[in-house]
Design a protein around this ligand. Structure first.
Ligand SMILES: Nc1nc2c(ncn2[C@@H]2O[C@H](COP(=O)(O)OP(=O)(O)OP(=O)(O)O)[C@@H](O)[C@H]2O)c(=O)[nH]1
Ligand SMILES: [Mg+2]
Length: 350
C-alpha cells in the first residue's frame, strides 16, 4: 500500500462530521466491497466529482446491460466501444476484455450483471497493481523533499498549494520553492498559495536559474527544520529537450546538496488530456524517473478511465487525485474507494 503520505499525514482526517452516520447510499455501496475508509460526506463528494466519468463509463454499461438476458459477442463488442470511449486505452481494453472472456468461460457466467462485477474487480486489480511497487525513501533526518513536474497548465502549482495545505493541517512545517522561473505570474501564484495557507515560499526573480533557486532554498532550509519542502518547476522552457535536460540538472544539483533528495519526484497529469497523459508520463519518466503521480481535473472530465490506463501501463503509483480547484480538493488515491465511487450502486439505473 502507498501509505507513505498517509503516514506522513497521520494527523489527517479533519474534524467535521467524522463519525456521523454514513449516508444510506454509501452504506449500500460499501456492502459489496470492503467499506470505503473515508467518511460518508467525503466519499459522497468524490462520487459527485467523478460523475462525468461515471456517466461515460458505468452508466453506459448499466444502460447496455439493461434488459439483456445473456452475455454474447454483440454485448461484448458494445462494451468494448464504451471502454474505449471512456479513455481506458486500446491496449488496456484489449487486456480487460481478454480477461473478462476468460472469466466468463471459467465461471460460466450468463448474467450481464455478473459481468459488471467482473469488470469492477479487474479494474480494481489494475489500480492496486500499480501500487505494489510503491516504496518511499523517507529521509532518516532532515526534510522530505518533493519535486513536482509536469507540462504547463496541468495543475502543478495548484496541486502544490493543496498538498502544502494537507501537510500543514497535519502539523508539518512546509517550505515551498518557486523554481518555475519561466514567468513572473508563476512565482506570484505560488506566493499567493503560500500566503493563503500560511507557509513560507522561497522565490527569486523571473528568469533566474531554477537550479540555483533550489540550491539557495535548500541552503535556507538547512538550519530551519522544515519537515517538507515542495518544489514547483516549469512546465515549459523554450524547447522540450531543454526542459528534460533542465529537470535532470535540477535533480543532480539537489542530490548533491541534500543526499537522497528529491525523495519524491511527482509528475502531475491533467486527466482531461486523456491519452496524451500516457506519453507525457513516458517522456518524463525516461528523463527523471518518476516516483509518484497526481492526476488532476478528474472533476471536469469524462476521461477518468485514464486512471485505469495509467495504472496498467506504468508501475508508478498514483498518490493523489485532484477533483476541484479548492484547497481540500486533493485526495489520497485509494483504488478501492475510487472504483467504488465509480461503480457503487447509488441512484443508478433501476
Ligand atoms: N477543476 C479542476 N481544476 C484544476 C484542478 N487542478 C488544477 N486546476 C486548474 O487548472 C489550472 C492550471 O493550474 P496550475 O496549477 O496553474 O497549473 P500549472 O501546471 O502550475 O501550470 P504552469 O505553471 O503554467 O505550468 C488552474 O485554473 C487550476 O485552478 C483540479 O483538480 N480540478
Ligand atoms: Mg505553475
Amino acid at each position: 500500500m502507498l501509505n507513505w503520505f498517509k503516514k506522513k499525514l497521520s494527523g489527517e482526517t479533519p474534524a467535521p462530521a467524522a463519525s456521523t452516520a454514513v449516508a444510506p447510499e454509501t452504506a449500500s455501496a460499501a456492502a459489496s466491497t470492503p467499506a470505503p475508509p473515508e467518511k460518508g460526506s467525503l466519499f459522497q463528494r468524490l462520487r459527485e466529482r467523478l460523475g462525468k466519468t461515471r456517466d461515460a463509463l458505468v452508466s453506459r454499461v448499466d444502460t447496455l446491460f439493461l434488459g439483456r438476458k445473456v452475455i454474447d459477442d454483440e454485448l461484448l463488442d458494445e462494451l468494448e466501444e464504451i471502454l474505449i470511449t471512456a479513455d481506458l486505452g486500446a491496449a488496456t481494453v484489449l487486456d480487460l476484455l481478454t480477461k473478462t472472456r476468460e472469466q466468463i468461460k471459467r465461471d460460466q457466467l450468463r448474467d450481464p450483471q455478473a459481468l459488471k462485477a467482473v469488470l469492477k474487480q479487474l479494474i480494481q486489480g489494475y489500480l492496486a497493481q500499480a501500487e505494489q511497487g510503491a516504496t518511499l525513501a523517507m529521509p532518516e533526518s532532515g526534510p522530505f523533499v518533493i519535486m513536482v513536474l509536469g507540462v504547463n497548465g496541468v495543475g502543478k502549482t495548484t496541486t502544490i498549494g493543496k498538498l502544502a495545505y494537507k501537510f500543514k493541517q497535519a502539523g508539518q512545517r512546509v517550505l515551498l520553492v518557486a523554481a518555475d522561473t519561466f514567468r513572473a505570474a508563476a512565482i506570484e501564484q505560488l506566493q499567493v498559495w503560500g500566503e493563503r495557507i500560511g507557509v513560507e515560499v522561497v522565490a527569486q526573480q523571473q528568469g533566474a536559474d531554477p537550479s540555483s533557486v533550489i540550491y539557495d532554498a535548500l541552503d535556507y532550509a538547512r538550519p530551519r527544520q522544515f519537515d517538507v519542502i515542495i518544489i514547483d518547476t516549469a512546465g515549459r522552457l523554450h524547447t522540450k529537450v531543454n526542459l528534460m535536460e533542465e529537470l535532470k540538472k535540477i535533480k543532480r544539483v539537489m542530490a548533491k546538496q541534500l543526499p537522497g533528495a528529491p525523495h519524491e519526484t511527482m509528475l502531475v497529469l491533467d486527466a482531461t488530456t486523456g491519452q496524451n497523459g500516457i506519453s507525457q508520463a513516458r517522456q518524463f519518466n525516461e528523463a527523471v524517473e518518476i516516483t509518484g503521480l497526481t492526476l488532476t481535473k478528474l472533476d471536469g472530465t469524462a476521461k477518468g478511465g485514464i486512471v485505469v490506463n495509467i495504472c496498467r501501463e506504468f508501475k508508478i503509483p498514483i498518490r493523489f487525485i485532484g477533483i476541484g480547484e479548492q484547497m481540500e480538493d486533493l485526495r489520497d488515491f485509494d483504488p478501492a474507494q475510487f472504483v467504488e465511487a465509480l461503480f457503487g450502486n447509488n441512484g443508478g439505473a433501476a
